[in-house]
Design a protein around this ligand. Structure first.
Ligand code: C2E
Ligand code: CA
Ligand code: CA
Length: 736
């Protein structure tokens, strides 16, 4: 054993104590700083995600504008090129616009380089026909890609389906499409600037077919260090952005303190210097944190609020509205001809112009109003505490006058105009996304009127919003007056053709428009919350149908009922259903609830809770529309369900699509291992039936067997004892 001298021992203890304390403090400070930095990094990533969503939405709104024109012209679109050129100029970030009547690309602007695409049927020949069908069926804007173009570059394409009316009947006219280059998106959202500052990022999505995570843009220096991850919401898909810090300083920080500690014990003489060192480091940290803070909330160039901060403030302002009598106005403002100045006089001049404009906007509004730069030459203003729209108009005039004063840039005087779109809350909407879309539409109207102008989001634009309100009104009345009914569609056992159960599908006997399918009202019911009472009505009606079966003396077949997102969030749902079953004396095993895959993946915890609760009651659960979301089977294991329904889309494409066949076979085999039954939806042909049966699907539902039936016909369907036989030859099954 080595004997230490007493003085050495002291030195050692002193050394260890200082080392310990120094390391501890360094650790605590580093943790605190890292947390702060992580917070700001999150803000930056949020801001980028918001920027992406905003930019994409704005460019994609071109498809709405084209769709509006198609509707206005009754499908006879004149001067497409001129119109498209204008839209592209106004909204920016668009590579080309297309008119696709009946799914066939008929017009493209600009055409050069895209000639080959003319005549192409996107519903039939296109590798991305799936998204086109999705758009058509969901009746809304759908995004496909990102994918590589034959002519080079990576792009996404958005498609809006257009429906027209003829003799009171609605028919599908075609799509309006918009192609957007990814590079343009990256530039517009300033991701490239962050990259220049040393931030690493990566954009990815889950590929809709392979379900593999696919990185489609990024700085690609290998794995990101401790990235912040945020979803980017894009129509019918989810992208993910990951971003990590530039090389950080905490390492130096730790080392610095550590070395200080060592030095402290060995050379007491340096005490003074060591005292100063942490100060210097702290100043460094503070400075860096401040910079990050700026980056997170402020637009670097102009010092105005950045997009994310602005959006947050807008949400807050909307929230505050509900507690006062006041109104607010959202103004979106684009500079006219900014691109011309920027291109001809250089970026530096362009930057100075933006700084000057920012100051002028700031000076034209009250201190309490918020001004933000949304990117490029796009500004936005929230005017708070507005009394009348005339006040807003006055401010808009002031803004135009102020901005269009000559601006001295170097040795030149430049004059730019500003075009504005204005929307008011609460009258035009109480949702930031809606307000922005309104303002964009209004802005577009201004530009069409010849720039350097402002327009309010007007009544014509509002008709659609009004229609929704009208529908809401009518839905309330329908519930009150009993205009709903249930259609019941048989679900058949594929092995022996026996009736297994029914799916309940709601119908609306509209006094003016005849029978309506849920496609035309469920979304509004959902967004207004009316789906909750309507949903209870459906459960009650299903119970009534079960009671009729019991009374007819035949074997009772269960009824499957669809649930939507809003109902999932209704905390009392399971309890109310329980009470209802008791009150009506219906055995719970005759009830099944269908929850879509997407719904469950978006509400995992709520979904699990509700499913567990319902299963405890003895109610069965099935997963609907399986294959349309992006979940994997392993993710689904967490939901204890009885049945899985393979989406109609897969069944439809069976004949043409080998991979769909393989997917169905794989799903069926795997799901059976979990003791879950498989239903194939939308079986329309004998060939589909034959394949699905052979692939091992347990049950089938579709027009081949029966369309949704009235309760009365459903009862007689159930009464037919003879199993539903579908021969493997071309002979058809019988329909009761
Ligand atoms: P879903 O749950 O996927 O229901 C199946 C839809 O496919 C039904 O349309 C049905 O009529 C249709 N269908 C069935 N077999 C075939 C076939 O062989 N070929 C084709 N092309 N279609 C077939 P429906 O009744 O218009 O319902 C549409 C959607 O509305 C349903 O989709 C469901 O998500 C929703 N829905 C219906 N009733 C209710 C309800 O009571 N509550 C809620 N929340 N949603 C409902
Ligand atoms: Ca369903
Ligand atoms: Ca379904």
């Amino acid at each position: 054993m080595v004997k230490l001298k007493r003085s050495n021992l002291f030195a050692l203890i002193a050394f260890l104590v200082v080392l310990g304390v120094g390391t501890y403090f360094s650790y605590v400070m580093r943790e605190a700083e890292q947390q702060k930095q992580q917070f700001f990094l999150e803000e930056i990533v949020n801001s980028q995600a918001a920027a992406f969503e905003r930019r994409l939405t704005r460019s994609l709104s071109a498809t709405y504008i084209l769709a509006q024109e198609v509707r206005r012209s009754g499908g006879d679109f004149k001067d497409f090129d001129k119109f498209a050129a204008e839209v592209i100029e106004t909204l920016g970030g668009i590579s080309n616009l297309q008119l696709v009547p009946k799914g066939v690309i008929e017009q493209i602007y600009p055409l050069p380089g895209n000639e080959k695409a003319i005549g192409h049927n996107i519903l039939r020949d296109d590798v991305r026909s799936k998204e086109a069908w999705l758009a058509l069926e969901a009746r809304k804007l759908t995004l496909a890609g990102p994918f590589e173009l034959i002519q080079g570059g990576i792009a996404v394409i958005g498609r809006t389906p257009v429906f027209l009316e003829k003799n009171g009947e609605e028919y599908f006219w075609g799509f309006t499409s918009c192609l957007i280059f990814l590079d343009d998106l990256l530039t517009a959202t300033e991701l490239d600037q962050l990259e220049a500052k040393g931030y690493d990022y990566e954009l990815s999505r889950v590929h809709p077919d392979t379900k593999a995570v696919e990185v489609f843009a990024g700085t690609a220096h290998g794995e990101l260090r401790h990235p912040v991850v945020k979803p980017i919401r894009v129509p019918n898909s989810e992208w993910t952005i990951r971003m990590s810090h530039p090389a950080s300083f905490p390492i130096i920080f730790v080392l610095g303190t550590l070395i200080s500690a060592i030095v402290a014990t060995l050379f007491a003489l340096l005490v003074q210097r060591i005292m100063r060192e942490p100060e210097r480091l702290r100043a460094l940290v503070k400075n860096q944190t401040l910079q990050l803070e700026q980056l997170a909330f402020k637009d670097e160039l102009t010092g105005l609020s950045n997009r994310r901060h602005f959006m947050e403030q807008l949400d807050q302002a909307i929230y505050n509205l509900s507690r006062s009598e006041k109104h607010l106005a959202l103004i979106c403002l684009d500079l006219d001809d900014f691109k011309r100045v920027n291109d001809s006089m250089g970026h530096e001049v362009g930057d100075n112009l933006l700084i000057e404009v920012a100051q002028r906007i700031r000076a034209s509004v009250r201190q309490s109003d918020l001004v933000g730069r949304m990117g490029g030459d796009e500004f936005a203003v929230i005017l708070r505490d507005i009394n009348t729209s005339a006040d807003v108009a006055n401010i808009a005039v002031k803004l135009i006058e102020s901005i269009s004063q000559p601006i001295r840039l170097g040795r030149h005087d430049v004059v730019v105009g500003a075009t504005m779109g204005i929307t008011l809350a609460p009258e035009d909407g109480l949702d930031s996304a809606v307000l922005f879309r309104n303002a964009d539409l209004a802005m577009y109207a201004s530009k069409r009127n010849g720039k350097n102008q402002f327009s309010f989001f007007d009544t014509q634009m509002q008709t659609q919003a009004k229609q929704v309100m009208l529908l809401e009104e009518e839905l309330r009345r329908a519930l009150h007056k009993g205009e709903f009914s249930l259609a019941l569609q048989p679900i058949i056992s594929l092995a022996d053709g026996q009736l297994e159960k029914f799916e309940a599908l709601i119908r609306w006997q509209h006094p003016g428009r005849g029978e309506l399918s849920p496609g035309s009202f469920i979304e509004v019911a959902e967004s207004t919350g009316l789906i909750v009472p309507i949903g209870y009505w459906v459960v009650e009606a299903a119970c009534e149908f079960i009671r009729q079966q019991v009374e007819s003396g035949q074997q009772v077949k269960p009824v499957a009922i669809n649930l939507s997102a809003r109902q999932l969030r209704d905390e009392l749902f399971a309890r109310h259903v329980e009470e209802m079953l008791e009150r009506l004396s219906i055995a719970p095993q005759f009830i099944e609830f269908e929850l879509t895959e997407t719904l469950l993946m978006e509400n995992v915890e709520l979904g699990k809770k509700l499913i567990q609760h319902l299963r405890r009651l003895g109610i069965r659960i099935s997963i609907d529309d399986f294959g349309t979301g992006y979940s994997s089977l392993s993710q689904l294991k967490q939901f204890p369900v009885n049945t899985l329904k393979i989406d109609r889309g897969f069944v439809q494409d069976l004949q043409q699509n080998d991979s769909d066949r393989k997917i169905i076979e794989a799903i069926t085999a795997m799901v059976h291992k979990l003791d879950i039954k498989v239903v194939a939806e939308g079986i329309e042909t004998q060939a589909q039936f034959d394949f699905l049966k052979q692939a091992g699907c347990d049950y089938g539902q579709g027009f081949l067997f029966a369309r949704p039936l009235t309760a009365e016909r459903a009862l007689s369907f159930a009464a037919v004892d003879r199993p539903f036989v579908v021969a493997s030859s071309s002979s058809r099954g019988h329909h009761p």
